[in-house]
Design a protein around this ligand. Structure first.
Ligand SMILES: [Zn+2]
Length: 462
């Protein structure tokens, strides 16, 4: 069976085949670095991390670009408010982004281009668009893209220009022939800091957001990408504009497959700053471990809306602990995945159907059940090894099971071990009341004991 991906552009599941055999070129729109990353960013980063991991597990070389927008109105405003330079603010926020992404087990992309390092390529593309009559200079000094001159405008959203207009609340022209025309080059304002002004044939200024991605994708991956991804909120206008710019300039399709991950809702409401139900990754990490957050995201399909609440996170943690408990039972044998093994084959079938992580996770639970039921330790170790290896393709279950299960315990380990020892002595002396009292005392403190032939182990309660 081969990988099928839902293509937003065709609105169909399509068999995936990259332009160059064996190699996948993937571009995903990254962060505008003026503040810390929130849960929406976490979801997008995890979704495409899983995509690139699965492509690698399927034998592809992956050239993955996730850009960084480091010049923008919000960045300028925040830097001025803070009294710091643009570079100091964006450097700090990029460091914070890496901290959050590393914590969530997200592999670094092949390239993370900063927009400010590709201004010459952006200017060159704007020049090409002007030469083809697709861009025009506005009286206010900006250079805009003329959406009415690009016949395919709206094809990603599946809407005509008139339908797209209908979605606008206020038509602000601001020197534009059409309110939908994106700015390619913003002319410099007197009040703006000097480090956001680049000289150009259009006068001093800075690039618009959309042209950044068009230019960086082309510079690093070529004119046609295998996969272009991003959050569903980027479909219009951002991705529609990228298509108009790149295809207008290059005369080739920008991407063969367009992938969009779904929104995050908070307690069934859309997460937004204005509603005040807005969570930063680093704040959620104060209450939940990173692997729990990652597992919570993976339990939903990447295109579905994902509903966040503490209860759902607690449930994800309890479920993840069940998988780790199966791994704890025996030392996991290190195994290369045999994809013909029935569990592995079901896992692969799930992932090959548009990255079906909910079904793939269900297979992990079947495997955990098989580990627990295994007749011999050897059989259990083999299955546990497969469980760990399959988890690895999703970026989970790589922690030491004992360490993972003990995290969050309210007693220190030495105290717990001393109490387990006292209980063993009480049992040896046939003082079962005392042994039960110690078990109960630990249980009240959130520590669960598990007896086996080889001794007693403990874990923090779920
Ligand atoms: Zn983009």
């Amino acid at each position: 069976m081969s990988l099928r991906i839902y293509n937003t552009l065709s609105r169909e599941l399509e068999v995936f085949s990259p332009l160059r055999p064996g190699e996948v070129r993937m571009y995903v729109c990254g962060m505008t670095v003026y503040d810390y990353c929130h849960l929406g960013h976490a979801r997008s980063m995890i979704a495409f991390d899983v995509v690139q991991r699965w492509l690698k597990a399927s034998g592809y070389r992956v050239n993955y670009v996730r850009n960084i927008t480091d010049v923008d109105d919000k960045i300028i405003k925040r830097a001025v408010e803070n009294g710091e330079s643009i570079r100091s603010l964006t450097d700090r926020m990029i460091d914070a982004l890496h901290e959050d992404a590393d914590a969530l087990g997200i592999e670094r992309p092949t390239h993370e281009p900063r927009a400010t390092e590709y201004v010459p390529q952006m200017l060159s593309m704007i020049g090409t668009l002007e030469g083809k009559g697709l861009a025009y200079r506005s009286p206010n000094g900006d250079v805009n893209y003329a959406v009415r001159k690009f016949p395919g405008y709206g094809k990603l959203s599946g809407k005509s220009l008139d339908e797209l207009h209908a979605g606008e609340r206020v038509a602000v022209l601001d020197g534009k022939d059409d309110p939908l025309d994106p700015v390619l080059w913003k002319s410099a304002k007197e009040s703006e800091p000097a480090d956001v002004k680049w000289p150009s044939e259009f006068g001093p200024g800075r690039p618009g957001w959309h042209i950044e991605c068009s230019a960086m994708a082309c510079a690093l991956l070529g004119e046609t990408l295998d996969i272009h991804g991003g959050g569903a909120d980027l479909q219009f206008p951002h991705h529609e504009n990228e298509i108009a710019q790149s295809e207008g300039a290059n005369g080739k399709p920008l991407a063969r497959t367009w992938m969009h991950n779904g929104f995050i809702n908070i307690d069934d409401e859309k997460m937004s700053k204005s509603l005040g139900n807005f969570f930063l990754i680093r704040d959620v990490l104060k209450s939940f471990d990173a692997e729990t957050i990652r597992f919570f995201v993976l339990r939903a399909h990447y295109r579905s809306p994902l509903n966040y609440s503490d209860v759902h996170l607690q449930d994800a943690r309890a479920s993840l602990k069940r998988l780790y408990t199966a791994l704890q039972r025996v030392p996991a044998a290190s195994v290369a995945i045999d994809w013909s093994e029935p569990h592995a084959a079901r896992f692969k079938a799930a992932m090959d159907e548009d990255f079906g992580t909910p079904e793939a996770v269900a297979v992990l639970f079947e495997l955990a059940g098989a580990v627990n039921r295994a007749a011999t330790n050897e059989e259990a170790a083999k299955l546990a090894g497969l469980l760990r290896a399959l988890g690895g393709t999703l970026g989970i279950l790589q922690d030491d099971p004992d360490a993972y299960l003990r995290a969050g315990a309210t007693l220190d380990e030495a105290t717990i071990l001393a109490m387990i020892d006292q209980r063993a002595q009480a049992k040896a002396a046939k003082n079962f009341a005392e042994a039960d009292r110690i078990r109960k005392e630990l249980q009240d403190k959130g520590i669960v004991l598990k007896d086996s032939a080889t001794g007693t182990t403990w874990a923090a309660a779920q």
